[in-house]
Design a protein around this ligand. Sequence first.
Ligand code: NOJ
Length: 488
Amino acid sequence: MTTTPETFPDDFLFGAATASYQIEGGAREGGRGPSIWDTFCATPGKVVGGDSGDVACDHFHRWEEDIDMMSELGLQAYRFSIAWPRVQPLGTGEFNAEGIAFYRAIIDRLKSKGITPMVTLYHWDLPQALDDQGGWLSRDTVDAFAVYARRMAEEFGADVDMWATLNEPWVAAFVGYGAGAHAPGHADDAEALQVAHHLNLAHARAYRAMKEVRGDLRIGLVNNCHTPRPWDPSSDADRAAADHIDALANTMFHDPFITGEYPAVLLPNTAHLTDWSFLHEGDLEEMQGQVDWFGVNYYASHVVRHNPNKGKESSKLATLADGHKAGANSPWPGDEEIEFMPPTGKITAMGWNVDPSALHAHLIKIHRETGKPIYVTENGSAWNDSIDEDGRVRDTDRVDYFHGHIGAVLKAIGEGADVRGYMAWSLMDNFEWAQGYAKRFGIVHVDYDSLERRWKDSAYWYQEVVRQRAVVPVEQADALAATPPRTF
Ligand code: NOJ
């Protein structure tokens, strides 16, 4: 019998997360080169409302106030990403001193406020020049990434010890190259599998390069998790469907780094789509052991079943299950007979269900399968927020969501999972990729005309969670919030 502790361990890190393209703006300032997301956004029909990250939250100019806000919130850690094209505009060759200085200033200010920086090297904004030469389909991009990673370790390694190489390689590969709903917008099953493998290799090579610079860096890989449960657990076919999705979504991005193998079902299940000749001898050996921790980004759970007669609608649902907008193709190679069931229960503005039990189950699974320290590197929800007459954003659904999920983390810790931190997604509303600005995930509201920041009720509630290091009751949210709320 295990019991859930009352509070989080003393060294557990509470923070919030963002990503460069989603908040920075300043797309053509400071010597930044174009990325595949600039190109994708400029392509009609790709992003809802024709939105782009050109201005985003204007963090490029407001980073100082934003860090002050993190400090007021009491955050102990801040997870953000470096825009590769800001520090190395073409992805190879010259580095950009101005871009490096921008991140140096952010890191310095965070540290002066006692906030631990957690830096992600790749949150999907690949330099366009690399895409012009094949992007992640090319092994040259893998090697370019290791060069970039080494340089970042040289620049910042003395001040940052928590690093993530890639954010959600599943999305980069299967939504970007498989479904076509994200940049660079390819829709090809075989390409998606090749890119997924190259991303794994890129992680391994970056890991080694950075460790050569400083052996004490703690370098992890951040995966979005899917929790495919079989529709009928007593059906072999439904369980096989869930195993296939688990292999594509989860284990193909863990196993190589732990066991030096891809999950057993992966190659046979996709052999009709690709001959896997992109998997070279020695690649898996390069990957084995090359990870210090795993990041878990969790949003929603999934139920799948075997259905030999599934219609096109199901593939669309499969894409929507990730909220990344329906693409031209399914993001799940080999899913010809696998159906994603429509979500049930409470549904967020992204169309995702609310299911803290699956986060708990996933943390236990990752703990058992990898034995590595885990950080919840993203967790949060989008709702149709509105500003009340008194200026408040009473986002009770978001508070409720956080309450359930932070509770699930504490429960997993009580059962022995080595979870060391929780980063709320997101610090503030931002550019939600193919969904543009329509979906709001922030604990701080952003007015995209004036760029004013406004604390939502959830910001006050989360501030109290961090202060107490406990799962504060939802009912206290109203009293914790100030009227009018903090704005700047
Ligand atoms: C995970 C991604 O890392 C992040 O960029 C995105 O905004 C959230 N999911 C919500 O979709």
